[in-house]
Design a protein around this ligand. Structure first.
Ligand code: PGA
Length: 247
């Protein structure tokens, strides 16, 4: 495995002033990170991130991308627009989009393919709800979600990033234990191994209340290749500690 990847997901937070202060604090403290680092911002702030981060060790990306190329899709943002603003990554299929915006496995897979077609790396989120975990469906749910992407993108599967985010751990302060997370990551790695000869090339991130205190033990697991960080990516010191733990 190459370097670990720590990606921040700001969700619908921020302002021009708050973002500038946050990013400047991160740049002041980041040095030469041993991990790859990225920040995924609300679309209106991508130009700001491009201006602040160009030439720095921090890449940037969006939190969604349209499944369509262009045209009459009011409110949607195409991958070529993301490219115009230098995005390296696009989160797709976050559970909040699946839950509140009706995104199906097929829509998520099409979005991943659309991102790949323009050279933007999709960070494909998978994960079970609490009810699904309690019904012992964790494995079948995450496999179904990833299978849709494998089916759609074919051999390009090595170009994606996967993020395992148990829905019950997102923003709740309840983190999967390192062992629980590793067990699911191993399932996902095995599924990738059946689809490509190079399954280790794919970063599998953990997300869900990862913070400065628990990052090191999660990142020490053999199949946890980084983190997708929500709340803790809004605090420079916390985010930098997670980046340092990934070194
Ligand atoms: P959290 O969010 O770190 O605030 O739990 C993670 C995510 O939803 O990507």
């Amino acid at each position: 495995m190459s370097k670990k990847l720590i990606a921040g997901n700001w969700k619908m937070n921020g302002s021009l002033a708050a973002n500038e202060a946050l990013v400047r604090a991160m740049l002041a403290g980041i040095g030469q990170p041993l991990a790859e680092v990225a920040l995924c911002a609300p679309a209106p702030y991508l130009a700001q991130l491009q201006a602040l981060l160009l030439g720095s060790p921090i890449a940037w990306g969006s939190q969604d991308v349209s499944a369509h190329e262009q045209g009459a899709y009011t409110g949607e943002i195409s991958v070529s627009m993301l490219k115009d603003f230098g995005c390296r990554y696009a989160i797709v299929g976050h559970s909040e989009r699946r839950q509140y915006h009706g995104e199906t496995d097929e829509i998520v897979a099409t979005k991943a393919q659309r991102a790949l077609s323009a050279g933007v790396t999709p960070i494909v989120c998978v994960g079970e709800t609490l009810a699904e975990r309690e019904a012992n469906e964790t494995e079948s749910v995450v496999k179904r979600q990833l299978a849709a992407v494998i089916h759609t993108v074919g051999h390009c599967i090595t170009e994606i990033v996967v993020a395992y985010e148990p829905v019950w751990a997102i923003g709740t302060g309840k983190t999967a234990t390192p062992e629980m997370a590793q067990a699911v990551h191993a399932v996902l790695r095995a599924q990738l191994a059946a689809a490509t000869t190079n399954p280790k090339r794919v970063h599998i991130l953990y997300g869900g209340s990862m913070n400065a205190a628990n990052a090191a033990s999660l990142l020490a697991q053999p199949d946890i290749d980084g983190g997708l960080i929500g709340g803790a990516s809004l605090k420079a010191a916390d985010f930098l500690q997670i980046v340092a733990a990934a070194g």
